[in-house]
Design a protein. Structure first.
Length: 55
């Protein structure tokens, strides 16, 4: 059974951090792994580079 996965059609709309982070711009590397909903076998994946600005 898949755990901690985003189902097709769903989205991650926010996260809660354990502690505050300082103001600034941060580089994020978002790792994406996809799995078959039928067999739970791993399919493809990607890494997305993004920026986070904390004001």
């Amino acid at each position: 059974m898949l755990r901690d996965c985003v189902k097709p059609g769903d989205a991650i709309k926010g996260v809660t951090l354990d502690k505050p982070i300082e103001k600034g711009t941060y580089t994020l590397i978002i790792n994406i792994s996809t799995y078959s909903v039928d067999s739970n076998s791993q399919m493809n994946g990607a890494q997305v580079k993004s920026k986070l600005t904390v004001e």
